[in-house]
Design a protein around this ligand. Sequence first.
Ligand code: PNS
Length: 161
Amino acid sequence: MAIALCPGSFDPVTNGHLDIVERASRYFDRVIVAVIRNPQKTQALFTLEERKEMLSEVLGHLPNVEIDFFKGLLVDFARDKGADAIVKGLRAVTDFDYELQMAQMNHKLSGIDTFFMTTNPQWSFLSSSLVREVARFGGDVSSMVPEVVLGRLKERYAEEA
Ligand code: PNS
């Protein structure tokens, strides 16, 4: 059984993430969406539970996809789960340097391979951080995130206002 990890912060999940996970689920027997518990990044917008709820809702139609959390090194989580591969989306050449470095480091540490999938060009400009920023200032992100995420963004920023 081939198991893949799709790791990330998913704060929140976007249509770009969905596209990658859906496509990965066609090539692997099991896909684990691995939500990092202790990102280096500054403040999170959504709690881990909220992120998991949104992911569960939008990925519920994929029977071979599950959601889990990890902290520490991704390669340790991969070993614990018996994962064979890491799957990442590449949006543009700007992603490449860092992703290549991480893929090579992860391979050096554990022998795990990383598979890159080219992002659908429709989503190549999309990131969770930009979605948060645009939504925070009232911009329209309805075509960029699933409906459940849109609702949560509106709620969250209405609370802040
Ligand atoms: O969605 P993000 O924030 O771009 O995801 C980044 C993530 C979580 C995939 C990356 O930071 C990661 O794998 N962190 C785990 C810590 C780790 O293993 N670091 C060494 C990477 S070579």
